[in-house]
Write a new protein. Structure first.
Length: 130
């Protein structure tokens, strides 16, 4: 039985796909462990009203959890401004929460303002050491 070039290519592609799958699984596990280690991640399930906005109770909860001046760290963001990107681990200070549940943050890096969408982006509070 002889091994052809096609067989070698098929084996190489299979090995690459298997390796890639392992990397993605490891990255997912790492993110999970980091979020558990750092505390509760700030992703809150949205409760939408008939007019397409979050409920008042959700907005009140967000404003209570993340008042002006709260320090947060970014876990994951769905969309970012290409001119002023924010990345995993970036830290910032909450400026305010709007009526749609967006949390506006002044990020430490480059002093840029960017919003977090509370039911899509992942972040956590940074507990101040007193």
């Amino acid at each position: 039985m002889s091994v052809t070039v096609g067989d070698e290519i098929c084996l190489a592609v299979t090995a690459i796909l298997l390796f890639s799958s392992c990397l993605f699984a490891a990255a997912g596990l790492f993110m999970l462990l980091m979020s558990e280690k750092r505390g509760k991640v700030g992703k809150i399930k949205a409760v939408w009203t008939e007019n397409g906005r979050p409920s008042e109770s959700k907005i009140d909860k967000l404003r209570t959890l993340y008042p002006e001046g709260t320090r947060i760290a970014l876990e994951n963001i769905r969309k970012t401004d290409p001119d002023h990107p924010v990345h995993f681990g970036d830290t910032g200070t909450v400026e305010w929460v709007d009526d749609y549940g967006n949390i506006y943050v002044i990020w430490d890096r480059d002093c840029i303002r960017a919003k977090l969408i509370s039911d899509q982006d992942m972040f956590h509070k940074i507990e101040e050491k007193g």
